[in-house]
Design a protein around this ligand. Structure first.
Ligand code: CAA
Length: 384
C-alpha cells in the first residue's frame, strides 16, 4: 500500500519586514543578512495570530468536507505552543468544524515535531488505510530584538493531509534517525523568546546530517545519484547549503552542482518568510515542488532537524498528480500580496500581547481565524 502526503497547504502572516532594512537598523552589512544568512524578508505575526490561528489557516486552505469526514488523527507539531496543557489541535476541532471521533493532540520536539507527526501518521494510515490524518506544523520563531538570532525569525504553518492516496509525496518507509541530549537551542517555559548557542547549533545540525547520511547510505544501499534533490530543514537558507557542502568532493562535481541547483528552488519561499521552525522543511518541500522542474516519480531525500536534538533523514517519491494537490495559485498570491512594515512598527508589534480581559476588533483581522479574546485567562478563538 502507498502512504504519504496527499495535499499540502501553507500560511504565513500578512506583514513582513525587509531584511536589508533590518540589517541597517542593527548596524550590520546588508550582505551579511542577504548572502551570509540568506534571507530577504521576514514574516511578522499580528498580535491576534499564533500557532493555533496559523494552523487553522493552512488547514482551511486544503481541507474538503470529504477529508474532514475521514480524518481519524490530528497532530499539531509546534514549539510555540499557546498552552502548557491543552493541545493546539483541540481549538482546531471548532475552528475547522472537525468531527469529534478523532485523536487530536500536540507534539513537541523543536523543529522535528512535524516530522515526528508525519511518521506517526504514516503508521496510523498503515493500520487504518481508509482513514486520513492531518499533520500541521505551526510556529512563530522568536529570538528577540537585536539578538544574533533575530535575522532568523519568521512565522507560518504548513498543513499536510496524509493518506493511502499520496498524490504529493509517497513516503518509502526508508528512514535513518538519531536522538541526543544537546544544549544547542531551547526555550524555557517562562520565556517567549528562544535561547541559542548559535554556532554550536550549526555545528550539531551539520554533524547530524553527516552521521545520518552515512547511516542512510549503509542501511539502504543508495548514493547521492539516486536522488533528484536533497531538501533540508531551513532555519535560514544558508544552513542547508552548509550541510550540503559536506558532500563536496565525496560525490561527483556534476551531481553536486545539480543538487545545489535543486536546493536553490527549495529555498525561494524560505527567503521570503524566514524560519517556520518545524514547518521549515515542509515549506522547502513546497517551494521545491512549485519552483523546480521536478517530475512525478523523482526521488527526494529530506533532512529533518530539531534542536535538542533529533535528526531524521528519509526519502519520498513525488506523486502522480502533485501540482494539482498543491494550492499553487493561493500560495503564490499569499506571498506576493503582503504588507511591508517598518522596523519601528515590527519592534512595536513584537512587544504587544493581548492581556486577560482584552478582546480584538475583528475589523483589524486580515485572515479567517484569530485570537478574539482572553477571558479568565482562557484563549478564545474566532473565525470571520
Ligand atoms: N557579506 C557576506 N557574508 C557575510 C558578511 C558580508 N558582509 N558578513 C558576514 N558574512 C557571513 C559570515 O561569513 C557567515 O557565513 P558562514 O556561516 O558561511 O561562515 C554568515 O554571514 C553569518 O555570520 P556570523 O556567523 O558572524 O553570524 P552571527 O554570529 O551573527 O550568527 C547565527 C549567525 C549563528 C546563524 C545566528 O543567526 C543564530 O544564532 N541563529 C539562531 C540559531 C540557528 O538558526 N541555528 C541553526 C541550526 S539549529 C536549527 O536549525 C533549529 C532551529 O530552527 C533553530
Amino acid at each position: 500500500m502507498d502512504i504519504g502526503i496527499e495535499k499540502i497547504g501553507f500560511y504565513t502572516p500578512k506583514n513582513y519586514i525587509d531584511i536589508v532594512e533590518l540589517a541597517k537598523a542593527r548596524n550590520q552589512e546588508p550582505d551579511k543578512f542577504t548572502i551570509g544568512i540568506g534571507q530577504d524578508k521576514q514574516a511578522v505575526p499580528a498580535v491576534y495570530e499564533d500557532a493555533v490561528t496559523m494552523a487553522a489557516e493552512a488547514s482551511h486552505q486544503i481541507l474538503t468536507d470529504d477529508d474532514k469526514k475521514n480524518l481519524g488523527l490530528l497532530i499539531v507539531g509546534s514549539e510555540s505552543s499557546v498552552d502548557e496543557s491543552k493541545a493546539a489541535a483541540l481549538f482546531l476541532i471548532d475552528l475547522l468544524d472537525l468531527p469529534e471521533n478523532i485523536r487530536a493532540f500536540e507534539i513537541k520536539e523543536a523543529c522535528y515535531g512535524a516530522t515526528a507527526g508525519l511518521q506517526m501518521a504514516t503508521d496510523y494510515i498503515a493500520a487504518h488505510p481508509d482513514k486520513k490524518a492531518l499533520v500541521i506544523a505551526s510556529d512563530i520563531a522568536r529570538y528577540g530584538i537585536n539578538t544574533p538570532g533575530e535575522v532568523t525569525q519568521g512565522a507560518g504553518s504548513v498543513a499536510m493531509v496524509v493518506s493511502a492516496n499520496p498524490q504529493v509525496l509517497k513516503l518509502e518507509g526508508k528512514s535513518s534517525f538519531m536522538s541526543r541530549n544537546v544544549g544547542d537551542f531551547w526555550r524555557p517555559t517562562f520565556s517567549k523568546t528562544a535561547f541559542a548557542r548559535g554556532k554550536y547549533s550549526n555545528q550539531i545540525y551539520i554533524e547530524f546530517f553527516e552521521t545520518l547520511w552515512k547511516q542512510y547510505q549503509a542501511e539502504f544501499s543508495v548514493s547521492a545519484d539516486d536522488f533528484k534533490a536533497m531538501l533540508f530543514h531551513i532555519p535560514y537558507t544558508k544552513m542547508g547549503k552548509k550541510a550540503m557542502r559536506t558532500l563536496q568532493g565525496k560525490i561527483s562535481d556534476a551531481k553536486y552542482a545539480q543538487l545545489e541547483k535543486e536546493y536553490q528552488a527549495s529555498i525561494l519561499f524560505g527567503r521570503q518568510v524566514g524560519n517556520l521552525y518545524t514547518g521549515s522543511l515542509y515549506l522547502g518541500l513546497l517551494s521545491y515542488l512549485i519552483n523546480s522542474d521536478v517530475k512525478s516519480a523523482d526521488q527526494l531525500l529530506l533532512f529533518s532537524y530539531g534542536s535538542g536534538a533529533v535528526g531524521e533523514l528519509y526519502s519520498g517519491i513525488v506523486g502522480d498528480d502533485f501540482k494539482a494537490n498543491i494550492p499553487v495559485a493561493e500560495i503564490k498570491a499569499l506571498l506576493s500580496d503582503r504588507n511591508k512594515i517598518s522596523i519601528a512598527d515590527y519592534e512595536d508589534v513584537f512587544q504587544q500581547s493581548i492581556s486577560d480581559g482584552e478582546s480584538v476588533d475583528p475589523t483589524t483581522v486580515s485572515g479567517h481565524f484569530y485570537l478574539s479574546e482572553i477571558k479568565e485567562n482562557e484563549r478564545i478563538y474566532s473565525k470571520k
